[in-house]
Design a protein around this ligand. Sequence first.
Ligand code: ADP
Ligand code: ADP
Length: 219
Amino acid sequence: MDNPTYIILLGAPGAGKGTQAEMLRERVGLAHISSGDLFRENVSKQTPLGKLAKSYMDKGELVPDDVTIQMVMDRIARPDCARGVVFDGFPRTEAQAKALDDALAKEGKRIGAVLLVSVRDELLIQRLTARWVCPTDGAVYNLLSNPPKVAGRCDRDGSPLEQRNDDKPDTVRRRLAVYSTQTQPLIEYYRAAGLLREIDGERDIEKVQLDVVKAVETL
Ligand code: ADP
Ligand code: ADP
C-alpha cells in the first residue's frame, strides 16, 4: 500500500461501521474519519458548528451538506490521513459523494473501495438501543453483543459509558427512514463506479472483520 488508501464504509445506522472502522485504524493504520464523531465533538465543545449540528442530530435528520463537507475536508487535510482513510458515516448524500470524488481527484487520488455493510432493520433497532459509548474516546460497546469487561466502564480508559441521545427508539426510526431516502441511493452510485463490495453485517463482529480486512488487503 504505497498510495494512500481511501475506503468508505456504507451502511445504515447500527450496521457496525464505527466498530469496523476502528478496527481498520488499529490493524491497518488508516485514519478513522467519522462525521458523527466530529459533530459530537463540536456539540460537546459548544462550537457554532456544534450548535447548528445538534438541532439536526437530535431529530435524526442530516446536517446540511455544505457544513458537513467542509468539516470532513478540513479533517482529511490533517497529517494522520497520509496513509489513507476509512470514512464512516460520510458520504451520506449524493452531493457529499460528489464533493469527496472531486476533492480526491484534484490531488490525483481516488476511492479504493466502498464496503456496503448490510443488516436488516429489526436487528439495527435492537443494536442501536443496546449501544453504549465512551464519551471520552468514542469506543463503542453493546450490552448484548459486545459488552465492556467491567459493566458500565470503558475498557480503554475506564470512563463511565453513556447512551447516545439519538439512540432513543423514535429517533432511531427516523434515522433509518432518512438512511433509506437520502443515503441508500449511494449504493447504486458506487456500484455504477465499480467500487461496491457487499458484506453481510449480520454475523459476529469478528466474522465481519475478516471480510472487511480481506477487502482492504486485496485492493
Ligand atoms: P450512526 O453511527 O448511528 O450511523 P452517526 O454517528 O454517523 O450515526 O451520525 C449521527 C448524526 O450525525 C446523524 O443522525 C446526523 O444528524 C449527523 N451526521 C453524521 N454524519 C453526517 C453526514 N455525513 N451528513 C449529514 N449529517 C451527518
Ligand atoms: P454504526 O457506526 O454503523 O452506527 P456501530 O459500530 O456503532 O454502528 O454498531 C452499532 C452497535 O452494534 C454497537 O453497540 C456495536 O457494539 C454493535 N455491533 C457492531 N457490529 C456488530 C455485529 N457484527 N454484531 C452484533 N453487534 C454489533
